[in-house]
Design a protein around this ligand. Structure first.
Ligand code: NCD
Ligand code: ZN
Length: 361
């Protein structure tokens, strides 16, 4: 196949660890990893230290991103019991309101149904709400959103019962969208033995082969592919208390291209889920003159030795992937080419509604 030219990819679910965890990743290392993986716009998660739940903490991340990000970016605000009255005021500065309703890394775990309902009632209906919800929590979230007449986005769906209730809700006209991660499509509990316990820790956990098959079977109900890039150092993953999470920015696109090669997904279906749907769901601006060039047949092996991310490991070590980004262009400027970056820290722009005017210029 000849070189492919595709629009810059959009990843709505990324952990870049600033502020407070820069030794794992910062805005520069993380957004460079994004460019190498063909991603030109990242929406980053609020489970940092401190967590991003108010104006001051949000300002820490905004400043860090403005100084260091090399691709475009938005920040999701974290929902907490303390910010039910203030989250709506911060909506113009963020790309969405994120709820951690099941076991996760960081301090934002929220279990109280009344707090959830209060947030759902107050946050502007035209701004995205996204939830880490597993198992029956998905049903609770769908009901809360439905009662408020608003839509909700379910993060990293990994199990059969989850994708099936989302499918059935969609078929009845309930406003719900969802994302699936490449690692849940390509890894399952069958891989834990060879990966090792610590290195296979991720939330949601790797699911059964039957769950994995259900995700593939229901791909038409999957709106987006997100990386849930969650960098932790190998020394942490191999410790007695391994934090959950996989790096994914540099491998996700190639894994989804593998699905295209395997005939499980069309290229149009890939672009829909990695560009158009995230742009629509998260109300993101067009990125003018922004594209990636891909050698669809280049065979390569992801390896700890060739990652851009500070995590310096990958659960896909040694896999043979076919198809790789060879060039990334952001606003008309070549920013990445075959392992080399030519971009100034801070070149990325904020996609938040409050910054839209700057975005266009
Ligand atoms: C995430 C992290 O490390 O921040 N880990 C993960 O396993 N996905 C937290 C999360 O997304 O729940
Ligand atoms: Zn996450």
């Amino acid at each position: 196949m000849p070189t492919l030219r595709l629009p810059g990819l959009i990843d709505p679910h990324v952990h870049l660890r600033e502020p407070g965890g820069e030794y794992k990743e910062d805005f520069e290392s993380g957004t460079k990893a994004a460019l190498a993986g063909g991603i030109t716009l990242v929406l980053v998660m609020p489970n940092t230290r401190p967590p991003l739940i108010d104006s001051d903490s949000l300002a820490l991340a905004e400043t860090a991103a403005a100084q260091r990000a090399v691709c475009d970016w938005g920040i999701h605000l974290g929902a907490s019991p303390e910010n039910t009255l203030t989250a709506a005021d911060l909506a113009p500065r963020v790309s969405g309101l994120k709820f951690y309703l099941d076991a996760t890394f960081g301090p934002l775990h929220l279990q109280d149904l009344r707090t959830l309902r209060e947030h759902f009632a107050r946050f502007p209906k035209d701004r995205p709400i996204l939830c880490h919800a597993e198992g029956r929590t998905v049903a609770a979230v769908l009901m809360c959103a439905h009662l408020e007449g608003r839509s909700v986005h379910i993060c990293h769906v990994s199990r059969q019962e989850e994708i099936e209730i989302i499918r059935d809700a969609k078929m009845r006209g309930i406003q719900v969208t969802c994302e699936v991660c490449a690692h849940h499509l390509y890894l399952s509990t069958d891989d834990i033995a060879h990966l090792g316990e610590g290195r296979s820790e991720v939330r949601p956990r790797l699911a059964s082969p039957a769950d994995q098959a259900a995700l593939w079977r229901n791909l038409e109900f999957v709106d987006c592919f997100a990386t849930d890039h969650a960098p932790h150092l190998l020394s942490e993953k191999d410790s007695s208390n391994p934090p959950p999470g996989f790096p994914g920015l540099e491998t996700s696109f190639a894994l989804m291209l593998r699905a295209v090669h395997e005939g499980r997904l069309t290229l149009e279906g890939l672009v829909e889920r990695m560009v158009h749907a995230p742009r629509r769901i998260f109300d993101l601006p067009e990125q003018p003159d922004t594209w990636i060039e891909v050698d669809p047949d280049l065979v390569w092996q992801p390896s700890a030795h060739n990652t851009v991310s500070r995590a310096r490991w990958t659960p896909f070590e040694g896999w043979k992937l076919r198809g790789r980004v060879i060039r990334t262009v952001l606003r008309g400027k070549e920013v990445y080419q075959q392992g080399m970056f030519q971009v100034q820290p801070g070149a990325g722009r904020n996609v938040a509604p409050i910054a839209r005017r700057d975005f266009a210029t």
